[in-house]
Design a protein around this ligand. Structure first.
Ligand SMILES: [Zn+2]
Length: 289
């Protein structure tokens, strides 16, 4: 063993694959111990067959149970050494009534959840930790709460790990946005051509003022760009394992070949670092090896 440990705090089943799937697999292949903490069981994802959370046939507990199996498969594919679910209830998207469910992650006091996370950090003593930024990357309450409990847990331990937020450079985000817009337009046109009512499009997530969320991180604030091309197949397979959520995603529509060509990098923003390192690195453990 290298004595190195990476720990990621994710909100829902499938987040580990979409934002850190390549990094997990690459680190594993380098002999780094990898630990995944997933905060919720993902009750308010889609049910099998694309049933949406607001539809009558949607059974949140059945969804969570199903997603547990999908996540176990993704964990296996990514070679994650230890997986811990904090088993909070999915809080749903911002403004949903599920936000107020006392069992929800969002309604859980930060002090309670961070104490549990700190316990795991004391056991594992990861040198490098990853979670989301204070906006939860796109404003989802569970992602914001993951940020809050991680920061609070860092105050409860007796050493200072390096902390990264997952990130997508604004320049790359602009390309994604274009792809999403093209896709939405194609779907709308296809529906109209077939005489169907076009599916309502939620549009991009909005902030408190109803403005579109500024997703993405300025390119010059990116602290790490990890080449995950050697792990592209594992990442694709881990995403595919979450088929109840991701079968219709743009990743799956890309297909394996184009995914391999396109999804070669995962980016992170360095937020805390005992070494005070500046600039862009290509290895999250550069100061620990
Ligand atoms: Zn999520």
């Amino acid at each position: 063993m290298s004595g190195l440990t990476f720990l990621a705090v994710h909100a829902h089943p499938d987040d580990e694959a979409s934002s850190t799937g390549g990094t997990f697999r690459v680190l594993k292949d380098q002999g780094v111990r990898t630990v995944l903490v997933t905060c919720t069981r993902g009750e308010y994802g889609d049910a099998v067959g694309g049933v949406k959370p607001h539809q009558d046939e949607h059974d949140p507990d059945a969804v969570a149970e199903y997603r547990k199996g999908e996540l176990a498969e993704a964990v296996r594919i990514l070679g994650i050494d230890r997986f811990i679910s904090l088993d909070y209830r999915d809080s749903g998207m911002k403004g949903w009534p599920q936000n107020d469910d006392p069992r929800s992650f969002w309604a859980t006091p930060v002090a309670d959840a961070s104490a549990r996370l700190a316990e795991i950090l004391r056991e594992e003593r990861p040198q490098v930790i990853m979670t989301y930024n204070e906006n939860g990357f796109y404003g989802h309450p569970d992602h914001i709460q993951a940020n809050r409990i991680t920061l609070a847990a860092l105050d409860l331990i007796d050493y200072e790990p390096t902390l990264y937020y997952n990130a997508i450079p604004l320049s790359v985000m602009a390309q994604y946005r274009k792809r999403w817009e093209d896709e939405a337009r194609e779907q709308r046109e296809a529906a109209i051509a077939e005489g169907r009512e076009p599916e309502p499009n939620d549009g991009p997530p909005v902030d408190d003022d109803g403005e579109p969320f500024e997703m993405g991180t300025p390119d010059d604030e990116i602290g790490a760009a990890i080449d995950v091309s050697s792990a592209a197949d594992a990442k694709f397979d881990a995403l595919a394992a979450h088929h109840s959520q991701i079968a219709e995603s743009f990743w799956m529509k890309m297909g394996r070949e184009r995914f391999r060509e396109t999804m070669r990098t995962e980016w992170f923003q360095r937020v805390r670092d005992p070494h005070g390192r500046e600039g862009l690195v290509d290895d999250l453990f550069v100061d620990y090896r």
